[in-house]
Design a protein around this ligand. Structure first.
Ligand code: PSV
Ligand code: MN
Length: 416
């Protein structure tokens, strides 16, 4: 395997690596599990304050995880004494939470709405047949927009659990219209300069039909909503064998790739550490991004420069902070390898019809060992050359385990 040192990279490649930014999810730091069991992890974050502390630790170790995504209402900044429990979400101390984050070297990132845990959402949220339920869901999303105003968050990430279990259960076109109308209402409440990222998923929790079932459905809504509505690609939300890098390339070319939820899957929406099951896929996704960043095409280049790179993982048997550090590092390696692709040589081989030569241009970049150069890069950035080793020897895990203890086990996601 070919090794490279940092000195062999161009100043542009080094600058690109230094400015890489991956957002980590608050929900990846707390206990979460499968529908069968949640195994408590000693020291797992119990509150949004602790989640932010863990996110700050991941940034301290890697230097490229400067923001943390929030999920509402899971991440309400309620007071420790519980005196503001039940207060309207918009009246809570979001500014204080944002300051708590910046004091620790990170900032608040995307706001994720949650319209999938209330009993009223049994038949859907934005697609629900009852207008009163749709209004509740829209009101929640507008509340998320109000939070964004205070926290300065630039993205509202919308994922709907809406769908049906049986053919005939509801009108597919009727549901599409309801989703469109509700999304338009939310879109008009977006803080200026912010974006709505529309996430799709082909199944689960609904088993027959999902209202936002693929990138085509998400894109169609985004095109109707306006330029600030863009598609969010969660790597776990595709059928096996789907060519995700082609979706990425297509959306970039349309100027509608808003962001990613990085994770890895083997069978379904497994939410495993990104890059662990198919590192080649992750590399190929980054190849498409780098190609757009380097292209003359203004639309694709602009879209690529604004991508919100976010992780969406739930760790059920892994140590939370270490798992997140590993994910961030895997994204860094994939990006570094993609930057090594010789774009000119590749183009020349493509034009010449050199099928295997062109393929090898990509594959040799994938096969390069970028670990030594990334260790050098990290030293230049003032972070540990080996973040995993640094984390393991830092005592951080023991410290949080003794301070926070083991939360009660349970199952599934936290509730309101
Ligand atoms: C749904 O599976 C999803 O990917 C959405 O992004 C949610 O917001 C997130 O997971 C919750 O974990
Ligand atoms: Mn997701």
């Amino acid at each position: 395997m070919k090794h490279l040192s940092l000195a062999e990279l161009s100043p542009q490649q080094i600058a690109a690596l230094k400015s890489q930014a991956i957002e980590t999810p608050s929900w990846g730091y707390g206990n979460s599990g499968t529908r069968f069991k949640t195994f408590p992890w000693p020291g797992a974050a119990r509150t949004i304050w602790e989640k932010i502390e863990d996110a700050a630790e991941v940034h301290r170790l890697t230097g490229i995880a400067p923001s943390v995504a929030l999920h509402i209402p899971w991440d309400k900044p309620t007071k420790a004494d519980g005196s503001d429990r039940g207060a309207p979400v918009s009246e809570l101390d979001w500014a204080g939470l944002a300051k708590f984050a910046t004091d620790r070297g990170v900032r608040l990132g995307a706001i994720n709405s949650n319209t999938f845990q209330s009993d009223v959402y049994k038949l859907g949220s934005l697609a629900h047949p009852d207008a009163a339920v749709r209004e509740k869901a829209v009101a929640h999303m507008k509340e998320c927009c109000a939070i964004m105003e205070i926290t300065g968050s630039a993205e509202l990430s919308v994922w709907l659990a809406d769908g049906t279990n049986y053919a005939g259960q509801d009108s597919i076109r009727g549901r599409k219209h309801r989703v469109r109308e509700a999304l338009s209402e939310v879109y008009s409440s977006l803080p200026s300069g912010s974006r709505m990222l529309v996430e799709y998923k082909f199944f689960e929790p609904a088993f027959y039909f999902t209202d936002l079932f693929d990138w085509g459905a998400a894109l169609t809504h985004c095109l109707a909503l306006g330029p600030n509505a863009q598609v969010l690609v969660d790597l776990g939300h595709h059928a096996p064998g789907t060519n995700i890098e082609a979706i990425v390339s297509f959306l970039l070319d349309e100027g509608r790739l808003g962001g990613f939820h990085f994770n890895a899957r083997r069978y379904a929406d497994d939410d495993l550490i990104v890059g662990t099951t198919n590192p080649y896929e992750l590399f190929l996704i980054y190849v498409e991004i780098v190609s757009a960043l380097n292209s003359e095409d203004r639309v694709a280049k602009d879209a690529a420069s604004k991508i919100a790179y976010m992780i969406d993982q739930s760790h059920n048997i892994e140590p939370k902070v270490e798992a997140m550090v590993q994910s961030v590092l895997n994204c860094q390696e994939a990006f570094a390898k993609a930057l090594l692709v010789d774009q000119e040589a590749l183009r020349a081989k493509q034009i010449a019809g050199d099928v295997l030569g062109a393929h090898r241009e990509l594959y040799q970049a994938f096969q390069t060992d970028v670990r030594p150069l990334l260790a050098e890069l990290r030293e230049e950035m003032g972070v540990p050359a080996d973040p995993i080793a640094a984390h393991r020897s830092s005592g951080y895990n023991d410290k949080i385990a003794s301070e926070r203890g083991s939360a009660d086990s349970g199952s599934g996601y936290p509730t309101e």
